[in-house]
Ligand binder design. Structure first.
Ligand code: NAI
Ligand code: PYR
Ligand code: MG
Length: 558
């Protein structure tokens, strides 16, 4: 009779732990001495590389993949293998790699999350575990570190792609990569979290590969209980951590922000981060156009969390610049899928109702669709946060350009497949007069013989800097004034970047200089935190130093 074979449970050698921990592993950069001391000699090929040589090899390997999704998978694997190398590569080639780590490719990575899933990163929390959230937070991979920033989503409105369920995890991972690459938050001190409250996406529910809970979304009191259990666990286990809400459906985004913004250090990136960068870009555009911000007539397509957040902050800035509140409110015309927000519409949320136009204004209009609104209103700025691809049509844009010398046109929906217009078309339809910013990256334009980058008005200009600001200043809350200060700093950085250049003024600072811009933006937000009394007293010089000190650089410690 055959003897049963006995396979003892394998024990993990310290060598394997070293090489498997992406925050410790240096791969081929371990020196011979380190290899001996760590007991890993023989486990690596003999060559010893410098970080620069590793970056060169990784960059070539990245280019060995043609499809953006495969490039994304390669970068994620690199991140899960050696974080210093990953961040060095991303910071060195930020402009080129941003679209792969972030929008648009991160959208596809969320849609295919279950198919491309490799290694664990971040925490997944479900309803069944709601009484154990604190214990699960203790399971985070680097529990000897405090956490500076959490990005959390429930996956319900991922970019303009709708409900991606557990696949939404791609967004917190991508956003936190940029917190580190741009803001300089130490990677061990970031924590992506996915609240799996189910999904209403039939395709996912029918997909045998789907890795999330195969249930419909929680709603009502249960949903609120889940969020409260999560926030309480964060407060208990990780007090003082910045909690960023990301890609929640509008129905949840506003109430969650209202409930928690005065209770802990928290903000909603889609509402507040988007608003700050858009105000920054609009301020620069208003200068270029010679039409001051309070004189802008703003039409916004989309009335979700992003659009209303943007309108609120621009309105605040107009009031700051001297316009009475009612006049500032009257400078906005906001449309959703059913047309212009007008006071007779009973289903408007309180946030939308602020901007509802008087019924009488539209009485003799030919409907309240975008084309008619643009014809009647003669806007100076047209902003898209609607997810409606191609909604800024040639007819609409030409109409706008016929009444406005320098039309500001910002198709901000993500990813690229949902953009309201293509910059090249906008330039052609307006004979190069349009002042353009998009949400996702687009190739540069040629205007008057100059090659001009297309400004990417994306909250990526704001959230990494906000993380740096609160970490450096030890702020306890995120206030509106901190966000407005960030917006103004974004605009200042753009103007400074253009200094001495005789080409068209860029509406936003260059992506390649994002780490430096992040320090300026963080300083402005940190100063506002001190002024608002939500951070300990400090001088500008002290804050500047604290911000510089807080920014982690990807290199191997000696
Ligand atoms: N550039 C950036 O930094 C950011 C861009 N966004 C983008 O903004 C878009 C909207 O985000 P949320 O406001 O959170 O979404 P949401 O789902 O809350 O809002 C979408 C709004 O657009 C309206 N809408 C949908 N289809 C429309 C159509 N065909 N015509 C007119 N209106 C239409 C809806 O009625 C709703 O008011 C997304 O594509 C998102 O990626 C969001 C945050 C940041
Ligand atoms: C950029 C971003 O946060 C969004 O599209 O949702
Ligand atoms: Mg978002």
């Amino acid at each position: 009779m055959d003897q049963p074979t006995h396979h003892p449970r394998p024990t993990t050698s310290p060598a394997v732990t070293t090489l498997a921990d992406p925050l410790v592993n240096r791969g081929t950069a371990f020196s011979r001495r380190e290899r001996e001391e760590l007991g890993i000699d023989g486990l690596l090929p003999p060559a010893v590389e410098s970080l620069d040589e590793q970056v060169a090899r990784a960059y070539e390997a990245f280019h060995g993949y043609d499809k953006p999704l495969n490039r994304h998978i390669y970068l994620r694997q690199l991140q899960d293998t050696n974080e210093v190398l990953f961040y060095r590569l991303v910071t060195e080639y930020l402009e080129e790699l941003l679209p792969v780590v972030y929008t648009p490719t991160v959208g596809e990575a969320c849609q295919k999350f279950s198919e491309i899933y490799r290694r664990p990163r971040g925490l997944f929390l479900t309803w069944e575990d709601r009484h154990r959230f604190r214990d699960i937070l203790r399971n985070r991979p680097h529990r000897d570190h405090d956490v500076d920033v959490i990005v959390v989503t429930d996956g319900q409105r991922i970019l303009g792609l709708g409900d991606q369920g557990v696949g939404g995890m791609g967004i917190p991972i991508g956003k936190l990569s940029l917190y580190t690459a741009i803001g300089g938050i130490h990677p061990a001190r970031t924590l992506p979290i996915l609240l799996d409250v189910g999904t209403d996406n039939e395709t996912l529910l029918d997909n045998p590969r789907y890795l999330g809970r195969r249930d419909r979304r929680l709603t009502g009191a249960e949903y609120d209980e889940m969020i409260e259990a999560f926030v309480s666990a964060v407060e208990a286990e990780l007090p003082g951590t910045l909690l960023q809400w990301e890609d929640f459906a509008t129905a949840h985004a506003h109430p969650i922000l209202a409930r928690y913004r005065d209770r802990l250090l928290t903000f909603n990136d889609d509402i507040q981060g988007t608003a700050a960068v858009t105000l920054g870009a609009l301020s620069t555009a208003a200068n270029v156009a010679g039409t001051p911000l309070p004189e802008q007539r703003v039409v916004i397509l989309g009335a979700g969390s992003a659009a209303i957040g943007v309108a609120d902050m621009i309105r605040t800035a107009m009031i700051d610049e001297g316009l009475p509140e009612d006049e500032a409110t009257a400078r906005f015309w906001i449309l959703d899928v059913d047309g212009l927000l007008v006071s007779s519409r009973s289903e408007l949320t309180p946030q939308q109702r602020v901007f509802a136009r008087d019924e009488g204004e539209v009485a003799d209009w030919d409907g309240t669709g975008l084309a008619e609104v643009v014809r009647r209103v003669e806007p100076t700025a047209l902003i898209g946060l609607s997810t409606a691809h191609g909604a800024f049509t040639e007819e609409i844009v030409r109409q706008m350009a016929s009444t406005c010398e320098r039309p500001v046109v910002f198709p901000l929906s993500n990813p690229t497949s949902h953009s309201e217009a293509e910059p090249a078309d906008l330039t052609r339809w307006t004979d190069g007069r349009a002042l353009i910013a998009t949400g996702s990256p687009f190739p540069p334009l040629t205007v008057d013989g100059h090659e001009v980058p297309v400004a990417q008005s994306n909250n990526v200009y704001v959230f990494p800097a906000m993380g740096l600001a609160v970490t450096a200043s030890r702020a306890a809350r995120v206030t509106d004034r901190m966000l407005v200060a960030a917006a103004r700093a974004v605009a200042r950085c753009a103007v400074r970047a253009a200094d001495g250049d005789d080409g068209p003024v860029p509406l936003l600072p260059p992506l390649a200089g994002m780490r430096e811009s992040a320090r300026e933006i963080a300083l402005a937000a940190a100063l506002a935190a001190v002024e608002d009394g939500v951070a300990p007293q400090a001088t500008e010089e002290e804050l500047r130093e604290a911000v510089a000190r807080a920014q982690w650089e990807p290199r191997y410690a000696d």
